[in-house]
Design a protein around this ligand. Sequence first.
Ligand SMILES: [Cu+2]
Length: 95
Amino acid sequence: MSNVDENKLKIAGDSFSIHTLVVNKGDKVAIHFYNVDDNKSVRHNFIIGDPYKVNIDLGFGQNGNETFTGDKTGVFTYYCSYHLPVMTGQLVVVP
Ligand SMILES: [Cu+2]
């Protein structure tokens, strides 16, 4: 985030722009992920573990897409492995 002074706040400003994604079971989910960090050396990724296994890893200025079908209900955490524990969100697949 460009408008946050991370040193002043003593928290990391890194976060996903969407913290909760809610979809219906059976929906086709399209993830469009952009690294808009203004620090050229910072990578970000978007990871969801089992059962969806999504991993989009991006350098400065890059973007990536991934699609999957939300065929298992539940709450699944997505995260950026570079910025745990602050850079996380939840995918909620409702019946
Ligand atoms: Cu990150």
